[in-house]
Design a protein around this ligand. Structure first.
Ligand code: ATP
Ligand code: MG
Length: 304
């Protein structure tokens, strides 16, 4: 590290797929910033948590060098650099502190549509183009396959048509790019999403004995609240006492519902925090089971 610091520094992607969702998520954790003129640095205003805006490939290295304390980066990039470092004799430098639920994609092996795919053994003595040579090499070694890894920094999907490779290993989300290049995915090597990355440790106290430890813990607590409430809804309705036994099984994901007596009648008012999707279908089932005046409310904040 760079000695004691009283501000936490987080690296995020400057522009690209993860840039906006990363800022929005940190913003939902109560962070706000003043941007520098060159748009490379954001000075934390609500809390001493600053952002460094960089290329996503640079994030693991910035963490390793102690320039940044944490980062938001795809699991694919973090794992690639981690394996590469370890293959050079290093120890695991990084840890995924949280999976963040956006930037979902998979690292897949794809072959020309004309191939009759049976098993990975078919890849023996082929050339496979990828921007993820370390992950691919580790997977091939694990399968005992001797294939040549052709490292390309971009446009991997056209490599077979250009005669540079026989197959590819690339990130896929919808599969449209593969199809447009007459390729089909046959194996998934990694399920990826954006993660909060940091140095490997049990807890933040082990990493920093200055203000950063407590700031990182505060951030993680808020992050857990935000991630949980993204999928949570507060459900409110009324029902008669007799309907309760058939209503509760329809709320398996709810925390113990609050049941209140409504003045002067046999009706009860229920309030339940649901952590699963509250769909129209579910509301209709609740209604059939005797719920009345159903209200679904978004949750703005949560502190367990
Ligand atoms: P930078 O200029 O920061 O290096 P980049 O071109 O490397 O940008 P993006 O294309 O913005 O990066 O992708 C960033 C991350 O988004 C990927 O590493 C991956 O984790 C995730 N991602 C999600 N879906 C896809 C997809 N379909 N293709 C590529 N990456 C995806
Ligand atoms: Mg990149």
């Amino acid at each position: 590290g760079n000695g004691a610091r009283d501000r936490l520094r987080i690296a995020i992607q400057k522009s690209g797929r993860l840039a906006e969702p990363a800022r929005a998520l940190l913003n939902a954790c109560g962070l706000s910033w003043r941007e520098s003129r060159d748009r490379l640095f954001c000075y934390g205003e609500s809390l001493p948590v600053d952002l460094l805006l960089v290329r996503d490939d640079d994030i693991p290295g910035l963490i390793r060098d102690g320039v940044c304390d944490l980062g938001v980066v795809g699991r694919n990039v973090l794992l690639e650099q981690d394996i590469a470092l370890r293959s050079e004799g290093g120890t695991t430098a990084f840890r995924e502190w949280r999976a963040l639920g956006f930037g979902g994609c998979r690292l897949a092996l794809a072959v020309p549509e004309g191939w009759a795919w049976q098993s990975p053994a078919q890849l023996g003595s082929t050339r496979i183009a990828t921007s993820y040579p370390a992950i691919l090499r580790q997977w091939l070694d694990g399968q005992g396959i001797a294939a040549e890894v052709v490292e390309l920094s971009g446009s991997v999907e056209i490599a077979p048509r250009l005669g540079q490779a026989d197959a590819i290993c690339d990130l896929v989300s919808s599969g449209a790019t593969l199809a447009a290049n007459q390729l089909k995915p046959v194996m998934t090597l990694l399920e990826s999403e954006a993660v909060l990355a940091g140095p490997a440790a049990e807890n933040f106290g082990q990493l920093w004995d200055d203000a950063r430890g407590e700031l990182a813990e505060l951030l993680l607590r808020r992050l857990d609240g935000v991630l949980r409430m993204r999928h949570s809804k507060l459900l409110m309705f009324q029902a008669s006492r007799e309907a309760i036994p058939s209503l509760l099984p329809l709320l398996p994901d709810a925390e113990a519902p609050t049941v209140m007596q409504v003045d002067g009648g046999d009706a009860l008012a229920l309030q339940a925090l649901c952590h699963g999707a509250v769909t129209w279908q579910r509301l209709e089932e609740l209604k059939r089971a005797g719920a009345r005046g159903l209200l679904v409310l978004p949750v703005e904040g949560m502190l367990a």
